[in-house]
Design a protein around this ligand. Structure first.
Ligand code: FAD
Length: 431
């Protein structure tokens, strides 16, 4: 690779970037992470103009916002996944199945876990998402199931099936009353609320469920749970997780046969090691998504900390990925990058087959029928990210739709009261 001037701003003024020692003159773009942001960035880049490699430790893109449906077996893992090698092949890019071990923004290289040679880049897009925050609570990694991958949700489903098959009482504890914790509880109630031996407890450090949403939602969810064997421990942080119990700050201990940890997202450690952020902090970026310290590094998705904070949401990650690709093109052509303007969209939070909530600022709507909206978003985004020609996509789309309709809609349409319930939407809070 031709040597670059050390001043990043000087590098940006070159047009286009030099790649003299390679026969391929296309600038090398590396994308780290094949989730919402990384995959959408890769699909937006033209393989005729850029030499694009996407690196991910998993072979699949996973649709994380619906992984809770694996807990109730409403969906199977393959419905939530797209193979990254096939997606990259069709886009004309390269897929590297490996774990990123380190980033050297000065040398413009990325080190892998398995490959000996580091990969060089002219422009880097970092889209490594987030990891589960343990908040320093001992025992989480050893004794609790995480809730951040299809594999962990499938493990939870398996354990729940074992507990439901037993004759003796079993206690399930969900730690975290944010979106993941609430959606996990909803799916557990969908599948297991008729199993009298299963008792569910949701533990949350703050005083109410979904603290970022209007308070009416907390009261409504708790009223939906009242007829079932669900207990809430709110305002009670967890001190330690043990193999068969969860110890609360204050000394009480709750016996547990399965502990599910939904402690929220935090930044992967390797970004601080690369000097892109300080330990434990999201990576600071300009409104162009460029790292504040290294302008040839664009950060997209959960990992980025924009000047104006943004919720860690899949639709923002999708938009940021596409936008990072457009700014990568501008930077590589020596043009000034544009500012990213996030679009606001309502949030859909499902609660098994008991309800679904639409939250847009202070407006909260509740109704089982809203689940169809969440399912439609899933279908549309999967279709958008699946780069097969539409006629090849049809079988998998039909399969997804048919299974979803069977699992989600049919049970609620099969009786008149259920049909009425499906059509009811109530306003829990208004602006
Ligand atoms: C349970 C759950 C429910 C959610 N529900 C919603 C919802 O309803 N609506 C919504 O909008 N958002 C929801 N989210 C948030 C949404 O999933 C994230 O905001 C989104 O996935 C972020 O996209 P991303 O591309 O930044 O990261 P991700 O989609 O997480 O992708 C990161 C990629 O990087 C890869 N990776 C990470 N580290 C390495 C490494 N060292 N080497 C190689 N590869 C690596 C991972 O394998 C992954 O493929 C939910 C998240 C969870 C966990």
């Amino acid at each position: 690779m031709a040597r670059m001037p050390t001043d990043p701003a000087a590098r940006l003024s070159r047009k286009p970037l030099s790649t003299k020692r390679r026969s391929d003159t296309r600038p090398r773009v590396l994308i780290l992470g094949g989730g919402f942001a990384g995959l959408s960035a890769a699909l937006a880049l033209d393989a005729h103009r850029y030499d694009v490699s996407l690196i991910d430790r998993q072979r699949y893109f996973e649709f994380l916002p619906n992984i809770h449906e694996l807990v109730s077996a409403v969906k199977r893992p393959e419905l939530l996944r797209l193979p990254l090698d096939a997606a990259m092949r069709r886009a004309g890019h390269r897929f590297v199945h490996d774990s990123v071990a380190g980033i050297d923004p000065q040398a413009q290289t990325v080190a892998m876990q398995r490959r000996k040679r580091a990969l060089a880049y002219e422009l880097l897009i970092v889209a490594l998402g987030s990891v589960d925050a343990t908040h320093g609570v001992p025992g989480v990694g050893e004794h609790a199931q995480g809730f951040r991958s299809a594999a962990s949700c499938s493990q939870i489903a398996k354990r729940l099936d074992q507990l439901a098959a037993r004759r003796k009482p079993a206690r399930v504890i969900i730690v975290g009353g944010g979106i993941s914790g609430v959606e996990a509880l909803g799916e557990m109630l969908r599948r297991y609320r008729t199993h009298a031996q299963l008792q569910f407890t949701l533990v949350e450090a703050r005083e109410r469920l979904l603290p970022a949403a209007p308070p009416a939602l907390d009261a409504h969810i708790r009223s939906l749970c009242a007829p079932h064997r669900v207990a809430f421990e709110l305002g009670t942080p967890v001190k330690r997780v043990h193999a068969r119990s969860v110890e609360l700050v204050g000394g009480r201990s709750l016996p547990s046969d399965l502990t599910v940890w939904t402690g929220g997202p935090t930044v992967p450690a390797l970004l601080a090691q690369a000097g892109l952020s300080i330990p434990g902090a999201w990576v600071p970026v300009r409104d162009s998504l460029q790292s504040t310290l290294h302008p040839l590094v664009l950060i997209a998705g959960d990992t980025a900390a924009l000047p104006k904070p943004l919720a860690k949401q899949a639709y923002h990650a999708l938009d940021m990925g596409t936008f990072a690709a457009a700014n990568a093109e501008r930077l590589l052509a020596g043009r000034a990058p544009l500012p990213f303007r996030p679009s606001r969209k309502p949030q859909l939070i499902s609660f098994g087959d008991l309800s679904c909530f639409l939250v847009a600022g202070q407006l909260v709507l509740a109704g089982v029928g809203l689940a169809a909206g969440k399912e439609a978003v899933f279908e549309l985004v999967m279709a958008q990210l699946d780069p097969q020609p539409w006629w090849q996509r049809l079988p998998s789309m039909a399969n997804r739709s048919q299974r979803a309709a069977h699992a989600l809609l049919w049970p609620s349409l099969s009786s008149l009261p259920a049909l009425r319930r499906q059509a009811q939407v109530s306003i829990l809070s208004s602006p």
